[in-house]
Design a protein around this ligand. Structure first.
Ligand code: SAM
Ligand code: SF4
Length: 326
C-alpha cells in the first residue's frame, strides 16, 4: 500500500492519455497551444506497465483524462487492456463528449464503467465561445450514447466563470429535476495560461449555490453534509438527480485526498495545484526495473505535498490544466 507522510492512503490514479484536445476551453488552455509530439507521450505498453505497478501498490481506482482522452488513437483497446489488469476495480473517463457518441458502446464493452462529461452551459453559442470551437449537439449525442451503453451514473462537470456562465448554472441545475444525473459545479482553478482569467472570473461554490437557490429555493443537503469524493452533494427538492459543488479553492479537501496523477508525458504529479512531479517515463525508457520504478513511485507519494497554497499566492505555473489531466 502507498501512504504519504501525513498518513493519507493513496489509491486513486488519474491518467492523462494525451495533452491533445479537439476543443480549446478558455479556462484550460490558450488558443494557440502547442501539443507535445506523440513520441514524448507514454505509449500503450508503458501505460500498462505503470498501471500494473500502481495496482501492486494497492491502487484500485483509475480515471482516464487528458487533454481529451478520446482523441488518443486506439483508446478502446487501451481501455480493454487496462480493464483486464487484475486489481483494477474502478475504471472511468472524463471527456468533453464530442466524440463519445461512437465510442460509448465500444468503451463500455471494453470494460469502462463510468463517464464524467464536461459541459459548462446549455446555450449553443456560449458553448462555442467557451470551448472556442465545439458543437453542443455532439455532447448531447455523447451523453445519450453513454446512457444507452449503461455507463451510469452520468456526471456532468461545469466550471463556472463569473462573466461567462455564472447565470447558466440555473439551467444546468434544472437538468437534475428530470434526469438521474449528478451535475457538479467546479470552482475554476489557476494554472499557467488561466491565472488572469481566474483572478478576473473566479467564483466560489457558495456564490454558485446562491444563484441556484435564488431560482429553486433552499437545496436539500445529501450524505449528511459530508464530502462524496471531492464534492458536497445537494438536491433540488423532489428532483431525481443531484447537484454537487467542488470547492477546491475556497474549501480545500486535501485532508481526504487519495489521488495522484500521471501526466501524458509520464510524470507523477503529486498534487494538482503544486508543481512537484516525479519523472517515471525517462527512467523507464532508460531501462529502470520494476523494483526501481516502484521505489520512485513510493518515494514520490511519500513526499506528496499536503495541499495547495493558493491563499498564499502560490500558483502552479509549470503546466496548463490540459497538460496535467484534471
Ligand atoms: N477534456 C476532458 C474534459 O474536458 O472533460 C478531460 C480533461 S479536462 C482538463 C478535465 C476537467 O478539468 C474538465 O472537467 C474541465 O472542465 C476541468 N478544468 C479545466 N481547466 C480548469 C480550470 N482552470 N479550473 C477548474 N477546472 C478546470
Ligand atoms: Fe480540452 Fe477538456 Fe481542456 Fe476543454 S477542459 S480544452 S475539453 S482538455
Amino acid at each position: 500500500m502507498a501512504f504519504d507522510r501525513y498518513g493519507r492512503r493513496i489509491n486513486y490514479l488519474r491518467i492523462s492519455l494525451t495533452d491533445h484536445c479537439n476543443l480549446r476551453c478558455v479556462y484550460c488552455m490558450p488558443e494557440d497551444i502547442r501539443f507535445q509530439p506523440n513520441a514524448e507521450l507514454m505509449q500503450d505498453a508503458e501505460i500498462l506497465r505503470l498501471v500494473r505497478l500502481f495496482v501492486g501498490l494497492g491502487f484500485v481506482k483509475f480515471r482516464l483524462t487528458g487533454g481529451e482522452p478520446t482523441v488518443r488513437a486506439g483508446v478502446v483497446e487501451l481501455v480493454r487492456a487496462m480493464a483486464s489488469v487484475p486489481g483494477v476495480r474502478s475504471l472511468s473517463i472524463t471527456t468533453n463528449g464530442i466524440l463519445f457518441s461512437r465510442l460509448a458502446g465500444p468503451l463500455a464493452q471494453a470494460g469502462l464503467q463510468r463517464v464524467n462529461f464536461s459541459l459548462d452551459t446549455l446555450d449553443p453559442f456560449k458553448f462555442q465561445s467557451m470551448t472556442r470551437r465545439g458543437e453542443i449537439e455532439d455532447v448531447w449525442e455523447g451523453i445519450a450514447a453513454a446512457e444507452r451503453a449503461g455507463l451510469a451514473p452520468i456526471k456532468i462537470n461545469s466550471v463556472v466563470m463569473r462573466y461567462y456562465n455564472l447565470q447558466d448554472v440555473v439551467e444546468l441545475a434544472r437538468l437534475t429535476i428530470e434526469h438521474p444525473w449528478q451535475v457538479r459545479f467546479i470552482e475554476m482553478m489557476p494554472f499557467a495560461s488561466s491565472t488572469d482569467f481566474w483572478l478576473d472570473q473566479g467564483v466560489t461554490a457558495e456564490q454558485i449555490k446562491t444563484v441556484i437557490e435564488s431560482e429553486y429555493g433552499a437545496l436539500e443537503s445529501l450524505n449528511d453534509g459530508n464530502l462524496d469524493g471531492e464534492a458536497r452533494l445537494f438536491r433540488i427538492p423532489k428532483s431525481c438527480g443531484e447537484i454537487g459543488f467542488i470547492a477546491t479553492v475556497s474549501q480545500p479537501f486535501c485532508a481526504s485526498c487519495t489521488r495522484v496523477r500521471l501526466t501524458a508525458d509520464g510524470r507523477l504529479r503529486l498534487c494538482l495545484l503544486r508543481e512537484k512531479e516525479v519523472d517515471l517515463l525517462r527512467p523507464m525508457r532508460a531501462g529502470a526495473s520494476d523494483q526501481e520504478l516502484r521505489h520512485l513511485i513510493q518515494q514520490g507519494i511519500w513526499e506528496k505535498p499536503w495541499g495547495h497554497q493558493l491563499a498564499k499566492g502560490e500558483i502552479p505555473l509549470n503546466r496548463a490544466m490540459s497538460q496535467i489531466g484534471g
